[in-house]
Design a protein around this ligand. Structure first.
Ligand code: R1P
Ligand code: URA
Length: 338
């Protein structure tokens, strides 16, 4: 670590850069597409108005932030890598350097555990978490395991309740996917399972580990018959959107009040009336995934098809992002695109 950071509670550099994502206010837009694969982030740069970004930075922790414009509107693409913690870093640290409402759309890949075939596109209406129960006995005899299950009513994996994505964004994306030429029969809407491992908690067999995961997919489908996909980030995105507070609005209006500026369009009244939007939340989120494999049929997609789908779905998501009304396209005074 070369740079000095301040504030152990929420570390930032002297010029306001966040600790892991490595960006500061003014370098990222309110409208964001997030992807796992860093090459996918670079591919989406080519869909923007200019493939020379206004801002681009790769952090030492594996995040890439690209900011440009799409049809004249500021958009950021953020590549975050994989897993629940990377989504947590990304959402919290970007929230800390953006004013006003944030719209975050995850464009990822997933495995199908339901009706979707590989090559289909899943819109996650809601997501739940499937995490390993770390208290579950390992290598114990049947009796000890049975006693544990009877006493605790716990299983080797915890399946959480469902948190939902933003309905308006999900339906705008569906509309744009159809306009882009993805047949309605290949767009599946349902619930997504986000796991803390690609392997054990997605029910994959691995002889090198005792994972107690036989029948896990069946248990998930019994609890949630609408479960369509398995991936590793969406639950955290939806959960944090639901936990997000209105602090960003209070902060901005207090600052503007102090400075006696009237130019802002931000008003709590207009924000609370936004369709499908809980006035307490400052993040609106949705997730859409390309199905790259089908677990029931044990089939995997052809890579050429992924390239076509990434481009087509990417364009549809960009168009959908523009259709969402934001009261403010808030950009800081030191904003790079001012
Ligand atoms: C696993 O291969 C990764 O692919 C999926 C999963 O969520 C996990 O991160 O997402 P991305 O395609 O966005 O990386
Ligand atoms: N991503 C996942 O997390 N799981 C899959 O099966 C495919 C993609």
């Amino acid at each position: 670590m070369k740079e000095k950071f301040f504030n152990a509670n929420f570390p930032k550099s002297a010029d306001g850069r966040v600790f892991h994502v490595g960006i500061k206010r003014g370098e990222i837009a309110n409208r964001i597409i997030t992807v796992g694969d860093l090459n996918r982030a670079k591919l989406f740069l080519r869909l923007l108005d200019s493939d020379t970004p206004i801002f681009q930075r790769e952090s030492h922790r594996g995040f890439i932030t690209i900011t440009g414009k799409y049809k004249g509107v500021p958009i950021s693409i953020v590549g975050i890598g994989m897993g629940l913690s990377m989504m947590d870093f990304f959402v919290r640290e970007t929230r800390a350097v953006i004013d006003g409402t944030m719209i975050i759309i995850r464009l990822g890949t997933c495995g199908s555990i339901g009706n979707a075939n590989s090559g289909d596109v899943v819109i996650s209406e809601g997501s739940f978490a499937v995490t390993r129960n770390y208290n579950y006995p390992i290598f114990e005899n049947k009796k000890i395991i049975q006693d544990y299950e009877t006493k605790t009513k716990e299983q080797p994996y915890n399946i959480s309740k469902v948190f939902y994505g933003d309905k308006e964004i999900c339906s705008l994306i569906r509309k744009q996917l159809i306009i882009s030429g993805i047949p309605g029969s290949q767009i599946v809407q349902g619930l997504n399972a986000t796991s803390d491992s690609f392997y054990s908690s997605q029910g994959r067999y691995d002889e090198n580990f005792e994972d107690y995961n036989k029948g896990l997919i069946e248990s998930i489908r019994t609890k949630y018959p609408e479960a369509e996909s398995f991936e590793m980030e969406t639950f955290m995105l939806y959960y944090l959107a639901k936990c997000s507070t209105d602090a960003p609005y209070r902060k901005v209006s207090n600052e503007l009040k102090k400075e006696g500026k009237q130019k802002t369009k931000i008003s709590n009244d207009t924000l609370t009336t936004q369709k499908g939007f809980n006035s307490r939340n400052s993040i609106r989120a949705a997730a859409i995934m390309i199905v790259i494999l089908n677990r029931n049929k044990n089939e995997m997609i052809d890579p050429d098809k992924v390239n076509y789908l990434e481009r087509t779905v990417g364009e549809a998501v960009l168009k959908g992002l523009l259709e969402i009304e934001l009261d403010e396209e808030h950009i800081g005074d030191d904003c790079v695109w001012n």
